[in-house]
Design a protein around this ligand. Structure first.
Ligand code: 1HN
Length: 351
C-alpha cells in the first residue's frame, strides 16, 4: 500500500500526468458521489429590482447594438458557461414599440413566457405569434425567429433556452437570417387555432414530431383549464393543481429537452417535501409565498424567478388566506427521463 507521503513523492504521478493519464483512486469521490450535488445554488431573482435596470438598457442601448436586449439570470454557482440551473438558461428580455429583433436560428430549443406588455409578435418559421401576458411561445431548435413590437410601452418576457445542454453536447449551431425580419408565410397564430380543441387535431399532412406544432399556448386557455377544474381538483400534494403544457402529437413535453408547467397553489397550500433529479426554474405569475430549498427558506413575490437545483429538497407554500399563487415552471425532466436518469422522492426534511 502507498502512503500519502509516498504518493506525493512518487515520481510515477508526474510521469503518468505527462503521458495524459491520471490515477482513478484520486478521483472516486468526485466522479461517483453517493447522490447528485448540483453546482447550481438556490437563488431568487427579484423582478421589482431588475425591472428598472432592464428599462434603463431599453433607453440607452439600441437593438441594433444588442441584437437581443436581455438580462441573463446567471446562477452564482454556474458562471462558466453561464446557466440558470444545470442544462438550462433563463433571461428577461425587453423590446420597445417600433423595435425589431433580428431573425436568427440556433440548434438550442427556446421558449418565451410573457410577463408584461401587449402588441409584440414573434415570428417562428413564418408564423406570426401574438404575445400577451401569460402566453407561452415556443421557438424549437433550428426554427427561424424574430421579434417585433407595434404596441405601446415596453414588452417584457422570460426567455428560456437549453443551450447549456446543447453546448455541453457540442451540438450548437447558429445562423442569421438573410433579412432582419421574416415575412409571414401562413396566417397569424394558425397553429394555436388548429390545435385549440385538444382532442380534435388536424388529420392532414402536418408533420408529427417530438417538438410541439403549437407556436403559442395562450394564457386565456390556461385560465380556462384551471377554471374547468377549480372546484374539483385535489392536485398533487407536492405541487398543488399542476398542469403540463403538452405536445399534442405525443401527449408528452412540448420539446424533447424541456418540460413546461403551470401550477396553482390554493390559499394556505403547504406542499410536501420532495426532491427530483431534474433541475427547474420557477417564475411567479401571480401571488407570493415561500419555498424551502434544503435548509433555507426563500420568499417569492409577483414575477420573481427562482432557481431550484436538481436533488434539492423543496417545499412550496402559499401562506395567503385568500389569494391563489400561480407559478410557471420549466425543467430538464424530459432529458433525464429519456436517459433513464430521472428519480424523484417524497422526503423528510434534513436537519
Ligand atoms: C435568443 O435567440 C433569444 O431569440 C433570447 O429572443 C435569448 C439567449 C442566448 C442565446 C440565444 C431570442 C437568447 C437567445
Amino acid at each position: 500500500m502507498t502512503t500519502s507521503t509516498e504518493a506525493e513523492t512518487d515520481p510515477a504521478y508526474a510521469a503518468i500526468e505527462d503521458l495524459g493519464a491520471a490515477p482513478l483512486w484520486r478521483y472516486y469521490g468526485n466522479l461517483f458521489p453517493a447522490e447528485p450535488r448540483s453546482a447550481a445554488v438556490p437563488y431568487v431573482w427579484r423582478y421589482h429590482a431588475l425591472r428598472p435596470h432592464l428599462l434603463h438598457f431599453a433607453e440607452t442601448l439600441s437593438l441594433e447594438e444588442a441584437e437581443r436586449r436581455v438580462l441573463m439570470l446567471i446562477n452564482p454557482g454556474m458562471s462558466d458557461p453561464p446557466a440558470t440551473v444545470n442544462s438550462l438558461y433563463a433571461g428577461i428580455q425587453v423590446i420597445l414599440p417600433g423595435e425589431t429583433a433580428q431573425a436568427h436560428r440556433h440548434a438550442a430549443n427556446a421558449f418565451r413566457f410573457v410577463i408584461e406588455g401587449d402588441g409584440a409578435y414573434t415570428t417562428v418559421d413564418g408564423e406570426r405569434l401574438h404575445m400577451r401576458p401569460g402566453d407561452l411561445l415556443l421557438t424549437p431548435g433550428w426554427h427561424w425567429h424574430d421579434h417585433y413590437h407595434e404596441g405601446d410601452g415596453p414588452m417584457i418576457w422570460l426567455d428560456a433556452l437549453d443551450y447549456p445542454l446543447v453546448n455541453a453536447l457540442e451540438a450548437g449551431f447558429f445562423e442569421l437570417f438573410e433579412c432582419r425580419s421574416q415575412r409571414p408565410v401562413v396566417p397569424d397564430n394558425i397553429s394555436s387555432r388548429q390545435f385549440v380543441h385538444g382532442h380534435l387535431v388536424p388529420a392532414w399532412d402536418i408533420a408529427r414530431s417530438e417538438v410541439s406544432p403549437i407556436g403559442n399556448y395562450p394564457w386565456a386557455q390556461t385560465e380556462r383549464a384551471f377554471d374547468a377544474i377549480a372546484e374539483d381538483a385535489e392536485g398533487s400534494q407536492v405541487d398543488g393543481i399542476v398542469l403540463e403544457y403538452t405536445n399534442p402529437w405525443t401527449g408528452g413535453p412540448v420539446m424533447p429537452t424541456m418540460s413546461c408547467r403551470v401550477q396553482r397553489l390554493p390559499p394556505g397550500f403547504r406542499g410536501a417535501a420532495f426532491r427530483r433529479t431534474a433541475s427547474s426554474v420557477l417564475h411567479v405569475v401571480r401571488g407570493s409565498g415561500t419555498i424551502l430549498i434544503d435548509d433555507e427558506r426563500y420568499d417569492w413575490h409577483d414575477r420573481d424567478v427562482i432557481a431550484v437545483p436538481g436533488w434539492a429538497i423543496c417545499e412550496l407554500r402559499n401562506p395567503s388566506a385568500t389569494e391563489d399563487a400561480i407559478l410557471f415552471s420549466f425543467s430538464n425532466e424530459p432529458v433525464l427521463r429519456a436517459l433513464g436518469l430521472y428519480r424523484e422522492e417524497l422526503t423528510e426534511r434534513q436537519g
